[in-house]
Design a protein around this ligand. Structure first.
Ligand code: FES
Ligand code: FES
Length: 179
């Protein structure tokens, strides 16, 4: 491989060692070298969010990340969210609320939503004020806050109300009416 570099990182719990072109993106590496085609290539320019994956628990646009920069890191993709036959709660909520139509944006939406939950829980998100953090139980997010924090994930089918409903259900920890 021209400009080859060795990279070793954990993908969905399994250590993967491979040589990649130093210019290869994480997205192309996942899709073309590791056969993980769940992460989608929408724009390849950081504008749509379809390629969102979790790196060390934080959401990143894999089309803008180099595989070589993931050395020693932990990557989670949509393929790694379910536990055996049990869907991740966010996946189940997207199903319940019909949070997709064509499904192209869905893996990125779900990865982004999973990271958003942790951001809120850990107080990383700017909208989580000290007062909210001190409240017992899960952080309650308004629809507007969810929309704002999910604004990097575009959906050409316009499934936004259902996506927001799915995320709000998981955040609040209690079932909400289907839209
Ligand atoms: Fe990465 Fe669109 S493919 S943001
Ligand atoms: Fe089609 Fe979002 S479900 S792009």
């Amino acid at each position: 491989i021209e400009n080859g570099v060795n990279v070793s990182f954990k993908v969905n719990g399994t250590t993967r060692k491979l040589m990649v072109d130093s210019r290869m993106t994480l997205l192309d590496t996942l899709r073309e070298r590791l056969g993980l085609t769940g992460s989608k290539k929408g724009c390849d320019h950081g504008q749509c969010g379809a390629c969102t994956v979790l790196v060390d628990g934080r959401r990143v646009l894999s089309c803008l990340s180099l595989a070589a920069s993931c050395e020693g890191k932990t990557v989670q993709t949509i393929e790694g969210l379910a536990q055996g036959n049990n869907l991740h709660p966010m996946q189940a909520a997207f199903l319940k609320h019909d949070g997709f139509q064509c499904g192209f944006c869905t893996p990125g939406q779900i990865c982004s939503a999973v990271a958003l939950m942790d951001e809120a829980k850990n107080g990383h998100a700017s909208y989580v004020t000290e007062a909210i953090r001190k409240q017992p139980g899960p952080v309650q997010l308004s629809n507007e806050e969810i929309r704002e924090r999910m604004s990097g994930n575009l959906c050409r089918c316009g499934a936004y109300p259902n996506i927001v409903a799915a995320i709000r259900e998981v955040h609040s920890g209690k079932p909400i009416e289907q839209t």
